[in-house]
Design a protein. Structure first.
Lengths: 417, 167
């Protein structure tokens, strides 16, 4: 019997053929924490008394969630990570280097590998054909020490994508549509595998956006096969030699198959307070916005900033609305500077925030006031997510965000494209 | 720990880790006993002050969705909650709870009201709702969970065996 992408990668890492539902011990290639989950992992690691890291060069600590630190307690947590990196030889990604998931795809993760991260959006790297999933700090502490973990092999949902996006519709709209369709727990414990003729036309940035949000349907991983686009991406980031072909067998077995024609999709909005609470833009009432946020591991890449800048060029953000933009990484920020996108965005009225998680995690840099509405390109709109239970978060593509910032309400970007 | 007794505190569907341990309290993550005083505050501001040791958190579908922050199950445990009962759990929360030794029970929580007196019989696999005099069966816990719970969590397991001894 053939295997899905998840089954293939996990078989290789368990050194035997594995089947869905089996409990396995899997070798882990890359392990990471961020400043919200890292200090606890460091603590648990020390409790175990193993003394050293299994693979220091591929143990990465990111300071991105509260970066730069807004409070002394968080500054002290950052110190814990810096000291640990120095003492044990782990890799440290400092304030301003960017969101962990963006940094991982740019510099650390390769096709066919297994990445375990103490962050739920670790699934982003699935777009590179890696099995990447989020776990907690204790799991990570053990991986740091032993280089392996226990996993239940997931069964897979095959998501077959055909057709082409209409103008104004993007990968973000597709993934919001899918989550609305199957629900926030619609794929709990499952792997999602995205395939079909539309995939080969998708940019890597599109694929990262889709994989990033797999967890919002409860999934363990969001996987793509590798192709020439994957190879090109790796080449641009200096590791073409890491390319390997990752592909499901033709006779692989899937628990469920979902077909989506991209040309049927419209710009999507996710309404407070769950990601699966979706509407098409046509179904939306007029919702005025106080804050618009473009950035994050979901949609803070150069491609996203290009789209936003094109819409905001020679336009002004509506009076009374604040537009925050956080390039997902330093690399993205530098590229955006070089292309003049930052000038365009700032001229339109945007405030540029440090590359990192920024306002999305509710720690700093864009906390909502009571009753305020934010439209964001991020992945989550839970109550209290942006630091205030009395705030209301709507999710959309960066294009919808940019146009809505001009209009002052959640607007249909197709009007200007 | 084969029979646990306590009162039900009822919550709805999709209780996220942001409800349990919100980002606005990020700075307390390095002080779990302090963070535990705010456990589930964004779902029920009075929960932490009203609950007694051994009481149960009772959710609906997809309890614990969202962020991987292990601080969420940690502070539920530190607050003294006997177990979390829900119709279903989000994957990472479930795994974290196993690893740190917090008991989770999947059962039909529609048949539990706020304030009901409950008895959880782990060995025989049922929740007895004393207030309503009904038994709610639950499937046996996975072997890996029983083993880790008995050994006091994943770190203790590794300390004892030097490696994984689960499969």
């Amino acid at each position: 019997m053939g295997q899905t992408i998840a089954e293939k990668i996990l078989s290789k890492h368990a050194d035997r053929p594995v089947k869905p539902g089996e409990l396995i011990i899997s070798n882990i290639d890359v392990v990471m924490v961020q400043d919200g989950t890292g200090p606890l992992a460091v603590n648990e690691f020390k409790k175990m008394g193993k003394g050293k890291l299994f693979n220091p060069e591929r143990t990465i600590l990111f300071i991105d969630h509260a970066a730069p630190s807004p409070r002394k307690e968080l500054s002290n947590s950052h110190t814990v990570l810096r000291d640990f990196a120095k003492e044990y030889g782990a890799v440290l990604s400092e304030v301003g280097e960017g969101v962990c998931h963006q940094r991982l795809i740019e510099s650390f993760v390769n096709p066919g590998e297994v990445l375990l991260g103490a962050d739920s959006h670790t699934c982003t790297s699935g777009a590179l054909g890696a099995f990447a999933t989020g776990v907690g700090s204790t799991d990570i502490a053990v991986v740091m020490a032993l280089g392996k973990t226990w996993l239940k092999v997931p069964s897979t949902y095959k998501i077959v994508l055909e057709g082409e996006f209409e103008k104004g519709v993007y990968a973000k709209d597709l993934i919001l549509y899918l989550i609305g369709l199957i629900g926030a727990d619609g794929a709990t414990y499952k792997a999602l595998e995205f395939t079909g003729s539309a995939v080969k036309n998708m940019t890597m940035s599109d694929r990262f956006t889709i994989s990033n949000m797999a967890v919002e349907a409860g999934a363990k991983a969001g996987l793509f096969e590798t192709d020439e686009k994957t190879r090109e991406y790796l080449k641009q980031h200096g590791r073409e030699n890491k390319f390997v072909e990752i592909k499901a067998d033709d006779d692989a077995e899937y628990e469920r198959v979902i077909n989506i024609n991209l040309s049927d999709l419209k710009p999507m909005i996710s309404l407070p307070h769950t990601v699966d609470n979706t509407k098409t833009i046509d179904e939306m009432p007029k919702v005025e916005v106080n804050q618009v946020y473009i950035g994050t591991c979901t949609n803070g890449r150069i491609e996203d900033l290009r789209i936003a800048a094109e819409i905001l060029k020679n336009k002004k953000v509506k009076e009374g609305v604040r537009l925050l933009v956080a390039p997902a990484s330093r690399q993205v920020f530098l590229q955006a500077l070089e292309e003049g996108l930052i000038t365009t965005l700032v001229n339109s009225g945007a405030a540029i925030v440090t590359s990192g998680c920024g306002a999305c995690v509710g720690v700093h840099a864009g906390i909502l006031g009571d009753g305020e509405v934010c439209l964001s390109s991020q992945n989550r709109n839970f109550q209290g997510r942006m630091g205030n239970t009395e705030g209301f978060i709507y999710l959309s593509s960066p294009a919808t965000c940019a146009y809505s910032a001009i209009k002052g309400y959640i607007a249909d970007v197709r009007e200007v494209l | 720990m084969s029979i646990l007794k306590g009162k039900a505190f009822k919550f709805g569907d999709n209780i996220s880790t942001d409800h349990i341990a919100p980002g606005r309290l990020f700075h307390l993550r390095s002080n779990l006993p302090e963070l535990a005083k705010h456990v589930l505050e964004d779902a029920d501001p009075e929960f932490a002050s009203k609950m007694s040791k051994g009481d149960f958190v009772v959710g609906g579908n997809n309890f614990g969705l969202g962020s991987s922050r292990e601080h969420a199950p940690q502070i539920i445990k530190i607050a003294g909650v006997g177990a979390v009962l829900a119709k279903s759990f989000a994957r990472i929360f479930y795994r974290n709870a196993i690893n740190i030794g917090l008991l989770l029970i999947e059962c039909d929580t529609d048949k539990i009201n706020a304030g009901d007196e409950l008895e959880v019989n782990i060995k025989e696999g049922y929740v007895y709702n004393k207030t309503q005099d009904i038994k709610l069966p639950f499937p046996p816990l996975p072997d890996v969970m029983i083993k880790l719970l008995n050994e006091g969590g994943l770190i203790e397991h590794i300390k004892k065996h030097g490696d994984f001894d689960l499969v």
